[in-house]
Structures are given as C-alpha cells and as structure tokens.
Design a protein around this ligand. Structure first.
Ligand code: PLP
Length: 426
C-alpha cells in the first residue's frame, strides 16, 4: 500500500469486522472509564483518550493518514495552519530563543514570526532564500533552535532548496521545519530530502473544497534530540507537569508529537472539531486526482499568460524560464508543484485592480487551492499590513496577482482571464 493514490484513500482508518466503512465522527468531548485507576493512568500518559482538547479518534485517524502520505512516524491535527506552524516551533522553544526562516513565506506566517512570537520573547531572523550559504551560516546563534521554510512559497512560488538548507541547519545541530501546504505530499515529500518536521494548512488542497480551516504537523522522527540535549531541554529533561516524563526518552521517535498533544494542546487548545477532521478526510480521498488536474490546468494557464503582452511577468515553477524550474524538477514529482500562479498585470497596481474587478469565473477570495479558480491581489489584502520594503522582502510586487487555478475546464478559465485583461486595458 505504498502508492500515494492508495494511501490517500486507505491510510489512517481500517475498520474491523462490522464497523463503519467510512471514518466515524466521534463527536464527544470525553471518554468513559470503568475504574479510577484506568482514568489515573491517562494522566501518566498511558495510551488512550482523555479529553478532546488533547486528542480525538477522528482527528487522530486523519492525522495518521497525512503522516502516511508524508512518510512520517505520526501526526497531530491543529485547528488551523497558523497553529500548526506556531506549535511546530513553540514545541521546542521558549522566551530567549531564536530561529531562522526564509523571508518569502506566507504573510500570516511572516506576521506570526516577526510580531506575535517576538512579543513572546522568541526572535526570528528572516533570510532571503537566494542568499549564499555564508549569509545563512552567519544568521545562526548559540540560541538558534530551528530553521523554517515553505516547500513552494506563498505567493512568490519560490521552490525550497531542501538539501542545501538541511545541510546548513544540521551543521548547526538544529531541525528543519517545512510548510508543505502548496505541493502537498502528492507532489513533494520533504522527508526524502532530510527535512525533519513538516507542517500543513489543510485548509488548502487537502480539504480542497474551501469548507474547513485546519492544520497538521508531521514528524519524520529522525531528529536526534539527545545529540543536542543542551539545546532542547524541553525534549531531553523531565517535564514536571507530567510527573517527570522525558519526551525524547520515554516516547522515542514519537516524543516530539506526544509533547505537542500532552502539553501544547492541553494548555493552549487549538484542537480541530472532529466534524472538520471528517471533511478533511473526504478531501484527502481525492487529493491525488485533484492535484493532477490543478497542475495540468495551471501549466496551460501559465503558458498562455507568458505569451500575452498585457502580462508583465509570470511565476510558475512549471515554466522552463522560471528560476524555480530546476529545483522543481529535482524535488517535485515530475517537476509538478501546485495550481497557484503569480503574475503581474502590465501597468502596475491600478491595472491589476481593474483586472481583478473584471473577472467573472475567477472569484476574489482570501484563499487559494480549492476546486474553484480564485484570485487575490496580495498588496491590497493579505499583505496589506506589510511595508513596501517588507513586501519586496517577501517577494510580493505591488502589481502581483495570485491566481489559484481550479479544476474547471481550462478553456473557460483562460477565456475569463482573457476578457479581464482586455477590460484592464480599456
Ligand atoms: N501556510 C501557508 C503556506 C498558507 O498558505 C497558509 C494560509 O494561506 C497558512 C500556512 C495558514 O493556514 P490557515 O489559514 O489554515 O491558518
């Protein structure tokens, strides 16, 4: 059962004789035990369900499916992609710590790292992904705890050079965490290139229908916390709030994920509703099929836009001229990334807005990566809070339009873009 198409449909839930064929929704906050001792054991972290703020069978089955797709040892669902990225980092950090992130990441993550986590006393250094190795090495400090990047960045579509970043980070003894939302494990499996931890906004292609906000963290189980015990005391020394449990020792390769569930979910919540996990599960069943069509359509749309004189630039790693083309060929299945394209409408910010307003099939939404074609002008929406300097640092030009190509017929999508480009010229 190793093919991705099969795992999308079958992994994570195997009903026993007479049980429901479809993953049941366990819509229950609590779990009943026959004895006081059985309940007490859960508070020593014996296997089992205690309270849905920490874990729930429906959510766990979906996390197990995503972990199987990524080739990890396990996974944890979170209430959003934002909480997935926050928990993935905060699980191994505290006030006074530092981490490094590539600079061209999703605006919401940029804000989380640069503003909110800073208020918690955790500092980030953003580094341009195209900077040379020396610049990256210089960014490390004695208190650096992680290296973060996006596999295909939102919205700049820069492809991550996994092997280069893994080599640099591991030389400094810190794990690499990659947000793999855009290509999904159907097109890219970062663990195969040495990445340690993967995160997702399941809100995007995994759900695929724009029905639920959610996130997931998957661990490869490969990072050796004890090899860097002084840097990660939260993994390698006893946790007083759980009777002296030492996560990396008592739970081995599962230690990092057990800590998220037992400590962060307990104290901070951010658990998804089981109903939402059920929707994500339905989305996952068709993920491989949908990704194929998204990428095929996006390739045709990108080729059309590239030839059009009304378009100032097109970023799509499927184009031979794209700076990400070689990296996509190296790291993504058949060089295929996702259905998202960034392009500029010649004439700058104003023309881009005129183009947006003329679209008929493509809807303006603050979202990407669902079955319906949609668009956004990041400079006036998701990235509105960023200064021009920060915008350029994230790879977002003021005339950039982010186009998420859906699974409608590609000729209808192109016809809509064509008439809107004409309207922007008028
Ligand atoms: N990571 C990436 C790459 C994203 O595109 C997004 C949202 O657009 C997020 C994380 C945040 O996810 P969510 O909106 O599910 O909180």
């Amino acid at each position: 059962m190793s093919h991705i198409e099969t795992l999308c449909v079958q992994a994570g839930y195997t009903p026993k004789n007479g049980e429901p064929r479809i993953l049941p929704i366990t819509q229950s906050t609590t779990y009943k035990y026959d004895t006081n001792e059985a309940m007490a054991a859960l508070f020593d972290l014996a296997p089992g369900y205690m309270y849905t703020r920490l874990s729930n069978p429906t959510c766990d089955a979906v996390a197990a499916r995503i972990a199987a797709l990524e080739g990890g040892v396990g996974g944890v669902l979170t209430a959003s992609g934002q909480s997935a990225n926050f928990f993935a980092l905060f699980n191994i950090m505290q006030a006074g710590d530092h981490f490094i992130s590539t600079s061209n990441i999703y605006g919401g993550t940029f804000n989380l790292f640069g503003v909110t986590m800073k208020k918690m006393g955790i500092e980030v250094t953003f580094v341009d992904p195209n900077a040379d190795d020396e610049t990256f090495h210089k960014a490390f400090r004695p208190n650096t705890k992680a290296f973060f990047s996006e596999s295909v960045a939102n919205p700049s579509l820069v492809v991550c050079d996994f092997e280069r970043f893994v080599k640099i980070a591991h030389e400094h003894g810190v794990p690499v965490i990659v947000d793999n939302t855009f290509p999904t494990p159907v097109n890219c499996r970062p663990f195969e290139y040495g990445v340690d931890i993967v995160t997702h906004s399941t809100t995007k292609y995994m759900d695929g229908h724009a029905a639920t906000v959610g996130g997931c963290i998957v661990d490869s189980g490969n990072f050796d916390w004890f090899a860097h015990a002084d840097r990660y005391p939260m993994m390698t020394t006893p946790d007083d709030s759980y009777h002296g449990v030492t996560y990396a020792k008592d739970f081995g390769k599962m230690g990092y994920l057990v800590k998220i569930t037992a400590q962060l979910m307990r104290d901070l919540g951010s658990t998804p509703a089981p109903q939402n996990a059920f929707y994500i599960n339905l989305g996952l069943e068709t993920l491989a099929l949908r990704m194929e069509r998204h990428v095929q359509n996006a390739q045709k749309v990108a080729e059309y836009l590239q030839k059009d004189p009304r378009v100032s630039f097109v970023s799509f790693p499927g184009l031979k001229s794209d700076p990400g083309y070689e990296l996509a060929q190296k790291y993504m299945k058949n060089g295929e990334t996702c259905g998202v394209i960034s392009f500029g409408v010649k004439g700058g910010r104003e023309k881009a807005i005129k183009f947006m307003n003329a679209l008929k099939l493509a809807a303006i939404v603050t979202h990407v990566a669902d079955v319906r074609t949609c668009v956004l002008h990041p400079a006036s929406s998701t990235h509105r809070q960023l200064s021009d300097e920060q915008l350029i640092a994230c790879g977002v030009a003021p005339d950039l339009v982010r186009l998420s190509v859906g699974i409608e017929h590609v000729e209808d999508i192109i016809a809509d873009l064509d008439q809107a480009l004409a309207a922007a010229e008028a």
